[in-house]
Design a binder for this molecule. Structure first.
Ligand code: SAM
Length: 114
């Protein structure tokens, strides 16, 4: 969803690259882009621990519910720094914890699902 909104925001001269590790999400995203007639967005298969985007390419990096799934957060932030141009920005809409989760809460599925 974020990639489609970004594609609208950047306009016809801008470009958006969406990255996901699953072929299913990539198929879904590509067919949605085609249905919406968005030709300034492309989807690449890859891990955000090794983003398939060249150095300094992006003005903005967005994560919506992805960084929080990755154990190697420092590695992911290094990748974000690598792909951002100098002065670029990132925006994150992820679950963040400021203190350790108690053991009993870790195993309570109702606390982790909507
Ligand atoms: C909660 S969904 C968020 C999807 C997207 N933000 C949206 O609005 O549709 C998490 C997505 O992250 C992908 N993902 C999880 N870990 C990843 C990783 N290390 N590298 C690339 N994609 C990953 C999953 O395949 C899944 O499609």
């Amino acid at each position: 969803m974020d990639s489609f909104l970004a594609a609208l925001w950047v306009g016809r001269e801008g470009r958006v690259i969406g990255v996901d590790m699953t072929p299913e999400m990539l198929d879904r995203s590509r067919s949605m882009a085609a249905r919406l007639g968005l030709d300034n967005v492309e989807f690449r298969e890859g891990l955000i621990e090794d983003v398939p985007v060249e150095d300094g390419w992006a003005d903005v990096v967005i994560s919506n519910g992805v960084i929080n799934l990755c154990p190697d957060k420092i590695g992911v932030y290094r990748q974000i720094y690598r792909v951002l141009r100098p002065g670029g920005r990132m925006t994150v809409a992820d679950i963040c914890l400021e203190r350790p989760v108690p053991e009993e809460a870790l195993h309570d599925i109702d606390l982790w699902t909507g």
